[in-house]
Design a protein around this ligand. Structure first.
Ligand SMILES: O=P(O)(O)O[C@H]1O[C@H](CO)[C@@H](O)[C@H]1O
Ligand code: HPA
Length: 272
């Protein structure tokens, strides 16, 4: 992350806080097909187009709007590496949420189930991740604001995802899965051989996002909770070919259960 880029994103965030009067403490990033989650909250909507420092999302199921109120800021639309975005741009949503005042972050995504105990429609609490993207968003000079490092050069990643968040999620919905998310670049889906390899590596679900956001959020000192909606059996485990339309469709169908769970987690994390 370049110092100038983060300064620009923080500046944009400060402008949004000034015009809306909001400094929410909780941020959320919505995965493919999950944009309706934002509709549970009465918010001011800011199109990404009005935040010129942000790139434009290009993926179906990612709207490109910031929802904001006094408690929460929701990025409906994320940036993936496979879209051709730089690592800085991939984590620009996290920088924006931090700049708006968020100290806690909920990341959500659509993912393929690698664990053979998982089926489409399941929700997996992200317990840990494997970065298989081939880049880390912290590569490059350690960014500074006013001469001070934004975070540690070698930040600890031994506990990226909050165990308290996971425990609360389990309490709110007794039927959740828990596991390790592996991030790959995409945009091609995996081969069955890759899925067998990822399974041997310890991954339970696979997707093309989230990990850079979580790394960057931890670097900035934010607490992170993560939820994956399993939208399909990973390659080779089901009988169907994989299509993004179905990923988005399953996301939309499961949105009500996700909404209920997320609403409970939001209420709890705002009070905690
Ligand atoms: O991770 P999210 O943004 O939910 O989207 C997932 O869905 C897309 C593939 O269908 C990929 O972008 C993958 O990462
Ligand atoms: O099977 C998948 N692989 C990668 N990303 C995904 N996002 C949803 N499903 C998948």
């Amino acid at each position: 992350m370049k110092s100038e880029f983060i300064a620009d994103v923080y500046h944009a965030a400060a402008e949004i806080s000034k015009t809306t009067g909001y400094r929410p403490k909780l941020g959320m990033i919505l995965g493919s097909g999950l944009s309706s989650l934002a509709e549970s909250y009465e918010c001011t909507k800011v199109p990404y187009g009005d935040i010129p420092v942000l790139p434009k999302p290009t993926v179906e199921g990612h709207r490109g709007e910031l929802y904001i109120n006094e408690d929460i800021a929701i990025c409906s639309g994320r940036f993936h590496y496979y879209e051709g975005h730089s690592p800085d741009n991939v984590v620009s949503t996290v920088a924006l949420l931090k700049g708006l005042g968020c100290e806690r972050l909920i990341v959500t995504n659509a993912a393929g189930g690698i664990n053979t105990g998982f089926s489409p429609g399941d929700i997996m609490i992200i317990e840990d991740h494997i970065n298989h993207l081939g880049f880390n968003p912290l590569m490059g000079p350690n960014p500074q604001i006013d001469g001070t490092d934004l975070g540690a050069r070698f930040p600890d990643m031994s506990r990226v995802y909050s165990p308290a968040f996971a425990a609360k999620a389990q309490e709110l919905d007794g039927d959740l899965k828990q596991g390790v998310y592996i991030a790959v670049t995409g945009p091609s889906y995996e081969t069955p051989a890759e899925i067998r390899a990822f399974s041997a590596m310890g991954a339970d679900a696979v997707g093309m996002s989230t990990v850079p956001e979580a790394i960057f959020a931890r670097y900035l000192g934010m607490e992170v909770g993560g939820l994956s909606l399993i939208t399909n059996f990973a390659a080779g485990l089901g009988h169907e070919e994989l299509h993004h339309d179905e990923v988005v469709e399953i996301g939309r169908k499961a949105a009500d259960r996700m909404k209920k769970l997320v609403a409970g987690l939001v209420d709890w994390w705002l009070k905690e």
